[in-house]
Design a protein around this ligand. Sequence first.
Ligand code: ADP
Length: 221
Amino acid sequence: AAHDLRSPLGVIQMYSQFLETELGPAVSEEHRQFIVTIRHTSEALLRLVDNLLDVSQIEAGKLELHRQSLDLRVLVEQSLALNRVLATKTHRQLALVAPELTPFLLDADGPKLEQVLNNLIGNALKFSPPGTHVEVRLGREGDRALVSVRDQGPGIPAQEVGKLFRFFQKTSVRSVGGERSSGLGLAIARKIVEGHGGTIWVETEPGRGSTFSFALPLTSP
Ligand code: ADP
């Protein structure tokens, strides 16, 4: 069913995007906003359908990883570039802290790791108020690469931290823009990271922001 939902949703998303860019001055601002809303809603639905497809794959024990040699730094930089557009639009600062020119070679599934990065960075942006900073750090700890995403958002109450990384679990913390949460992104991220032999965790304190991190084994030289 999720597969069947994907293509009509893709059509709605594509044509609303087309209308948004092609409409001339004859269209009122109010009607333009309707089209923007259709595009945003169809994109959110597509993300949900993709997440549900991931969940069914994981539950069937069929999370397929197409591993190849890659540089985690490149993936992190790509994800930052993608999210920087959103950050600028919504008035958050997004910065990378990483050692100069060092590659972080992994034997990993690139698109799946991008999904993890986009989820963590996207959440950090979604849950932090405008004017705050989100810092992405890339480093090394022994034979593992370490990525952390730190925000200055509300943090998560201690009694709810156990809900994170579990399917369909949400906390009482709401995103600044009021987007709906399905509670799937972090659970999928955990499965992807663990599928690569890595670990994912959070350090958070109400009122003091959250840092979501993951570590992955580096390719041995
Ligand atoms: P979704 O895929 O719907 O975005 P996630 O699994 O990514 O859901 O996140 C689950 C819940 O964890 C969110 O609804 C939110 O309550 C909490 N959460 C995730 N990231 C953060 C963050 N950076 N700051 C505060 N709360 C967060």
